[in-house]
Design a protein around this ligand. Structure first.
Ligand SMILES: Cc1cc2nc3c(=O)[nH]c(=O)nc-3n(C[C@H](O)[C@H](O)[C@H](O)COP(=O)(O)OP(=O)(O)OC[C@H]3O[C@@H](n4cnc5c(N)ncnc54)[C@H](O)[C@@H]3O)c2cc1C
Length: 501
């Protein structure tokens, strides 16, 4: 790629630059922000967490299934232990529900034994195989033919969108610079020693930024960055699509447990699970494709979901569906995380293949990266005033009538409901637009407030939200976007429209 001359102008110098403000990059930034370091976190999109982190199953895996001896297998167990305390600090919702792998045959029971043995070897606490009868007692809707289940009490569910926003916010509160719509195009590479070169910074569409250590955490696009540095693994990155059904919270006959089928070598299979917000969720499929932006949902995918889910819960009616969606795993055939400082460079840390359970592992990934940063020669001195606590803004729907009245008294915008299904007020929307990691798009607000996620899926709130974004950001309504550039809701009139017309 020919890089424009203006991009080569040096705009700043940092100790650490992190490329990619997904869940993993944001949690790394937060972890490093406890040290006296100048940190820059960049993302090519207008918001944090718009890649893989925005569409996944959101399960805090206990860690019994990732193979013993792999980095993924090690980090998920540690990550699970660190995950819930991190959510507490960041005011992110989570539920320690426990998870079940359901066996439907005697053969499946052997798989449960193997999973339990793998988990115990890795130190997953509390694993237990329960009888089919006990499983049916705990979840009456489960297939009556259930022969047993592996119960992992430390498994749970969380909110990956809020986690990404909260971690990025906490990093910013602690001095990290966040630059959105800033795409890493190339690297600054300098001679270092006989066998090594130094990665001395990043060339972006907003100029060049130098750094002592550059961390690439670009999810599905890690291969594009690796290509720039000629880093090759016995590994390729392909998007692996996972499709889902989401049901209305009020659906009768919903399952409120996390139920996995017995896994295959390629996928954990179609789950029937609950989100942390109380919606039943079916998914995901596992369909490999070349297009890293193709999040369309296939009819075959939905058929596969229905069939898979009915095996676990035969009485399940596919009614009250409020949404179907797809996420893209940053899959590679290694099926392990790659997190390393490649030997031929100094000052560069690469993350690749961070597929599931990347969310559950994320705090342990950040700790692992911190050690690599130290090995790259940076002295990590703790800040005296580091604040790990991030307090979320009020969720109007969760407040008591008395608390709601106090809030409305202080700011009448909390008295104006914009999203009726999820009871989201204008006050909450405005607070998010002016927060430390500002929401500047419709989907950014959706991820932070849950507006537009209810039964009407934004039918009621969208025009009002466009108006509020336009007013608060000082831009014309035609410039308000849904997610990425080009996703404008409105177009300019092509000719003068008569008044009132
Ligand atoms: C279907 C599915 C189900 C899953 N289920 C679970 C689960 O239940 N539990 C679990 O623990 N994990 C799960 N995962 C895995 C988890 O979602 C991921 O591991 C995690 O979100 C990865 O985060 P990330 O930050 O590495 O990637 P991303 O979220 O993709 O972030 C990468 C960021 O880099 C940015 N970027 C890319 N290129 C550039 C560039 N050149 N310059 C600047 N920015 C750039 C992107 O815009 C993006 O924001 C699932 C994943 C999928 C897809």
């Amino acid at each position: 790629m020919d890089i424009k001359e203006e991009y080569k102008e040096v705009k700043g110098k940092y100790d650490v630059i992190i490329i990619g403000a997904g869940l993993v990059g944001s949690i790394i930034a937060r972890r490093l922000s406890q040290y006296e370091l100048d940190i820059l976190l960049i993302d090519k999109e207008p918001d944090v967490g718009t890649g893989t982190s925005k569409a996944n199953t959101a399960i805090v895996h206990a860690g019994y299934d990732s193979p013993f001896g792999t980095l993924r297998g090690k980090l998920v167990v540690k990550g699970n232990r660190m995950f819930y305390p991190m959510c507490e600090e960041l005011d992110v919702p989570y539920k320690i529900t426990g998870t079940y792998v359901v066996a439907l045959t005697d053969e499946d029971l052997k798989t449960l034994e193997k999973l339990m043995e793998n988990g115990r070897k890795k130190g997953v606490p509390g694993l237990e195989i329960i009888s089919g009868e006990e499983m049916r007692r705990r979840e009456p809707l489960v297939n009556p033919e259930t022969t047993g289940a592996l119960y992992a009490p430390t498994g749970g569910v969380s909110d990956p969108f809020m986690l990404t926003v909260a971690a990025a916010e906490n990093a910013v509160m602690n001095g990290t610079d966040l630059m959105l719509e800033t795409k890493a195009l190339d690297f600054v590479v300098e001679p270092f020693s006989l066998h090594k070169k130094k990665v001395a910074g990043v060339v972006t569409n907003r100029g060049t930024f130098l750094a002592d250590v550059t961390i690439a955490s670009a999810g599905l696009y890690c291969d594009e960055l690796m290509e720039k540095l000629d880093i090759k693994y016995d590994f390729y990155v392909r998007a692996r699509k996972g499709e889902y059904y989401v049901f209305d919270k009020a659906k009768k006959g919903s399952v409120h447990n996390v139920l996995f089928p017995c896994p295959t070598p390629v996928t954990k299979g179609i789950l029937v699970t609950t989100t942390v917000h109380g919606n039943m969720l079916l998914g995901p499929t596992a369909y490999e494709l070349k297009d890293k932006e193709d999040t369309s949902v296939r009819a075959e995918g939905l058929a596969e979901l229905r069939e898979g889910a009915k095996r676990l819960v035969p009485s399940l009616e596919i009614t009250d569906v409020i949404r179907v969606f797809a996420g893209l795993r940053a899959g590679g055939f290694l099926h392990d995380f790659i997190i390393e400082a490649p030997a031929k460079y100094w000052g560069f840390i690469n993350l690749a293949g961070i597929e599931s359970p990347g969310m559950a592992s994320s705090p342990a990934i950040a700790e692992y990266v911190e050690n690599l940063v130290r090995e790259q020669g940076l002295e990590l001195r703790k800040k005296k005033d580091w604040n790990p606590i991030r307090v979320g803004r009020p969720d109007f729907s969760e407040l008591s009538p008395e608390e709601q009245a106090i809030l409305i008294e202080k700011d009448p915008r909390y008295g104006r409901i914009v999203c009726r299904c999820e009871t989201v007020t204008e006050g909450e929307i405005v607070a998010e637009i002016h927060s430390p990691v500002p929401a500047r798009t419709y989907d950014a607000l959706k991820r932070r407030t849950w507006l537009g996620t209810g039964r009407c899926q934004g039918g009621f709130d969208t025009p009002r939200v466009i108006e509020i974004l336009s007013r608060e950001l000082g831009i014309p309504p035609t410039e308000v976007i849904k997610e990425s550039w080009g996703s404008n809701f409105l177009t300019r009139p092509t000719k003068d429209v008569p008044e009132g017309g």
